[in-house]
Each structure stands twice: as structure tokens, then as C-alpha cells.
Design a protein around this ligand. Structure first.
Ligand code: GLN
Length: 492
């Protein structure tokens, strides 16, 4: 079979159960595609072929015995920020280039327990800091829709792998947009869950109060299958919330679009730098939802201007603390011939961290230093609370909030935007993390250069199943999510 990579997760699951194909065949199919196509896309940092085939055989045995989980035998790729026992976990950094984790992240352990087959680890911006995946020590990943463009970031490898059909689903993480923006740039569906819904145990920390893992796939339905596996309380993550998990698949049609109140923030559609095509496609998608019965309501989100400065203080502050553990002593990169302990710290960190990571450690350390703590860090925390309250007020009147996921489509590789220009591209995604809310990206068409555009829907706390359901129904009425890049159409 040459077209196994065109099947949805539901079709893959049924095909495996009915023995139309085996997990070994499916896994070999994806490994072959990776071998032929990934040299052009460069989405994988590590391919775990041998282990994948062993996992596939185990899944086939379980399928034969009739005691397999719904997703047993289906391949996936993990962002290289999730610790994988016995397999290199780099977080896109030179400082972890030699790091082999002694344990699995909870997300990875859950995927294994569900019988999913790990194809490998995919590229990302170093420590998830960035919006292009170019900040990876391992080099840039290409956008399958245009190989001279970035796939977005930081989960750019996850997005590129799925968009090129080099994995049917992938995990990502989102601290300030890193699931939604690459999903937008690559024409995929990606869900950032409520803070606390998916365990952060074994997910290398960037900014712990903002980080959250989630699924990336072609459709909301495919994301729902992966959410069913990875969501839930974990006693190993003290911020994970002990609250019942929905059956996201069963609830795909559970939210009525008829009468659904969608808030349209005035401020969001007047942002300087919002591309005209992006605006037009997002507005068309909202029209479509209106035709399906939704009610569009103009709302105010008055704190919009504060999003970028607030995030770019809090995230680096937390990063500067989290990244202090990489000291060249316990694990990771160590400089050659250190003169003394101070030299060892200094050179290991200067040589091991890339420029963007160093910039953020410096900014964060500054914001947390005694003389500036109140003026910067405490102030940012207060503004963060105001941003959250702005959303809570909005949700008194609407069910979900609509926005673009990003003001533009994918940038050219090497465009070399200044840090400030780059940070402004995060305007639509950061507030969701600051408030801890869930949000989803759905593909809604293309710009004049045939690059994908994404719609973002932001929900109230714990509304993941509602967001997936709305996008699922939109996808039943449209076909943007079925469009494939030319490179994904290649048969190998
Ligand atoms: N682009 C944002 C940043 O550079 C968000 C990254 C993320 O969500 N991990 O920090």
C-alpha cells in the first residue's frame, strides 16, 4: 500500500484492527518516507527506526490477541523536548547534544502505554525559544509548503513532519504559541490545552508557569485521539490538575455551533503588521462559522498592547532560573580543559547555549535582580493578572474568542528579523499562556503565495473538547485541513 500516510487516525485504527495492514507495514512505510523525504524537510533530529519496529511488532501482537488500545500500532513523532528513556533528548541545544534521558516524560510513557509507535524526535528552537525553529543547534527545518520558508516554531519539526506526512501525529509544546503558530504556518490543527491538563513531567522546562504540551495533527479529530492519550492528572507534576478528562473523540460533535457566541476582539484586527490575506482568510472562516449558526460578537480585549512586553519579561525570568541547572557539571555539554570551577561554568554555558537563549537568560536575570525585581518582574506579574481578568470578563458574554494565530504566514528561512520584530509576531498567542487558557489553530486557507493561514479559537478553562468540537464541525463543512503540500503527495 502506497497511500497509508493519507489515512486519518480513525482510519488507521480501524485498518489495524481489521488487519488490512499491520503496524509493522505502517511503520516501515513511514520510515521509508522519512528516509526519502526528510533530507529535504529536515524535521527529525533522531529517527528511532529499530525501536519503532520493535514497538510495531508488540502492537501487532496485541492487535492479534484482541487486547490492543484504540491507537495501538499508530506511529507518532515527539518534539525533542520530551525526555525519552535511552534516546537522545536535546531540546534543540548543543548543551544537551549528548544527553540520554534515564526516564520517559509522562506524555511519552502514556503514548507508549497506549501502544503508539515512536518514529523519532523532531526539531525545535533551542529550549523552545523562537518562532522559526532556526534557533536549533541542529539547523533549520523547512516548511513542507515552501522549502525556503520556516515551519514556524518552536514546535517546527512536529509541524513539518506531519505536514510532509512523515508522521500522522506529533506532540508539541506551547509556552507562547509554539503549537498554534507552527500549526498555522504548516496548515495543521494544533491544540494548546489548559495549563495543568497535560503533564509537564519530563518535558524540559522553558517557562514553567506557561509551558503546556499538546497534540499536532491534520484535523481536530486526529488531535482528539492523541488528547485522549496524553491528557490527565499526574502526581509527578504538581501543577497538573486532578480533574476528570473528557473523552475528546466521543465529544467531537458535542458542542452546538448553532447559537455559539464567538467573540471578535476589536483590538486584534487592528494590529499593525496583520497581513491583509491573513485577515481576509480569518474573516472568511468566521463567515463560514456564522453560516453554520454561530453568532459573531464584537468584544474588547483592552490589554492587547501589554501581551508582548509582559510575556517577554516573565518567560525569560523563568527561563533564567530553569536553565541555571545546565552548568557543565552534572550532565550535558562541558567545555574543554576548564581552569577552575568558574571557568567551567562560564565556558560550558557560553559555548553550550545559542545566542537567543543567552539573550533571554540575560534579560531574565536582569528582571529578577534585586534592584529591578519590583519594577520589572512584579509589575509584569500584576499585568499578567489584568490580562487574565480581561479574558474572564470577555467569557461572561461569549463562548469562545476568535483571532488569527499569527499576523503573517511563514517567513523566509534566514529572513533574520530583529528580536523585537520576531517577538511582535507572537502577539496573538502569548496572552493565552499568560492566562493559562486553552486555544486551537485550524487551517482556513492560503495567502497569495499559497502559504497556509490559521484561525485561532480561544476557549475558557477546560474547554478543550468544545474547541475540538467546533473545529471538527468546521472541518466537516470545509476541506482546508485535507490540502496537502506537494512534497506530502510524493510517493516513495
Ligand atoms: N515564540 C515564542 C517564544 O519565542 C513562544 C515559544 C513557545 O511557545 N515555546 O518564546
Amino acid at each position: 500500500m502506497t497511500d497509508l500516510h493519507r489515512l486519518s487516525i480513525r482510519e488507521l485504527s480501524e485498518g489495524l484492527k481489521q488487519a488490512q495492514f499491520s503496524s509493522r507495514e505502517l511503520t516501515e512505510h513511514y520510515l521509508k518516507r522519512i528516509a526519502h523525504i526528510d533530507p529535504k524537510v529536515k524535521s527529525y533530529v533522531t529517527v528511532t527506526a529499530e525501536q519503532a519496529l520493535a514497538e510495531a511488532d508488540a502492537a501487532d501482537a496485541a492487535l492479534k490477541a484482541g487486547n490492543a488500545h484504540a491507537l495501538a500500532g499508530i506511529p507518532l513523532a515527539h518534539k525533542d523536548i520530551f525526555c525519552t528513556q535511552g534516546i537522545k533528548t536535546t531540546a534543540g541545544s548543543k548543551i544537551l547534544d549528548n544527553f540520554i534521558s534515564p526516564y520517559d516524560a509522562t506524555v511519552v510513557a502514556k503514548a507508549k502505554a497506549a501502544g503508539l509507535v515512536t518514529l523519532g524526535k523532531v526539531n525545535m528552537d533551542e529550549f523552545a525559544m523562537g518562532s522559526t525553529s532556526e534557533n536549533s543547534y541542529f539547523g533549520a527545518t523547512s516548511n513542507p509548503w515552501a522549502l525556503d520558508r520556516v515551519p514556524g516554531g518552536s514546535s517546527g519539526g512536529s509541524a513539518a513532519a506531519v505536514a510532509a506526512d512523515l508522521a500522522p501525529i506529533a506532540t508539541g509544546t506551547d509556552t507562547g504559541g509554539s503549537i498554534r503558530q507552527p500549526a498555522s504556518f504548516c496548515g495543521l490543527t494544533g491544540l494548546k490545552p489548559t495549563y495543568g491538563r497535560v503533564s509537564r513531567f519530563g518535558m524540559i522546562a522553558y517557562a514553567s508557569s506557561l509551558d503546556q504540551g499538546g497534540p499536532m495533527a491534520r484535523s481536530a479529530a486526529d488531535c482528539a485521539y492523541l488528547m485522549n492519550v496524553i491528557a490527565g492528572h499526574d502526581s509527578k507534576d504538581s501543577t497538573s490538575v486532578n480533574k476528570d478528562v473528557d473523552d475528546y473523540v466521543a465529544k467531537l460533535n458535542g458542542t452546538a455551533v448553532k447559537g455559539l457566541r464567538i467573540g471578535i476582539p476589536k483590538q486584534y484586527f487592528n494590529v499593525a503588521g496583520l497581513d491583509a490575506d491573513v485577515k481576509a482568510r480569518v474573516e472568511e472562516s468566521l463567515k463560514k462559522l456564522e453560516e453554520m449558526g454561530a453568532i459573531l460578537v464584537e468584544i474588547d480585549l483592552n490589554m492587547t498592547e501589554a501581551y508582548v512586553p509582559t510575556y517577554y519579561l516573565i518567560a525569560p525570568a523563568e527561563a533564567s532560573s530553569n536553565l541555571s541547572r545546565y552548568d557543565g557539571v552534572r550532565y550535558g555539554y562541558r567545555c574543554d580543559n576548564p581552569k577552575d570551577i568558574l571557568d567551567l561554568y562560564k565556558r560550558s554555558r557560553s559555548e553550550g547555549f545559542g545566542a537567543e537563549v543567552q539573550r533571554r537568560i540575560l534579560i531574565g536575570t536582569y528582571a529578577l535582580s534585586a534592584g529591578y525585581y519590583d519594577a520589572y518582574y512584579v509589575k509584569a506579574q500584576k499585568v499578567r493578572r489584568l490580562i487574565q481578568q480581561d479574558f474572564l470578563k470577555a467569557f461572561e458574554n461569549v463562548d469562545v474568542i476568535a483571532a488569527p494565530s499569527a499576523p503573517t504566514t511563514a517567513y523566509k528561512i534566514g529572513a533574520n528579523l530583529s528580536p523585537n520584530e520576531m517577538y511582535l509576531g507572537d502577539i496573538y498567542t502569548l496572552a493565552v499562556n499568560l492566562a493559562g487558557l486553552p486555544a486551537i489553530n485550524a487551517p482556513v486557507g492560503f495567502d497569495k503565495d499559497s502559504l497556509p493561514v490559521g484561525l485561532q479559537l480561544i476557549g475558557n478553562y477546560w474547554s478543550e473538547s468544545q474547541l475540538l468540537s467546533i473545529v471538527h464541525q468546521y472541518q466537516q463543512n470545509t476541506d482546508w485541513h485535507t490540502k496537502r503540500a506537494a512534497i506530502a503527495e510524493e510517493n516513495v
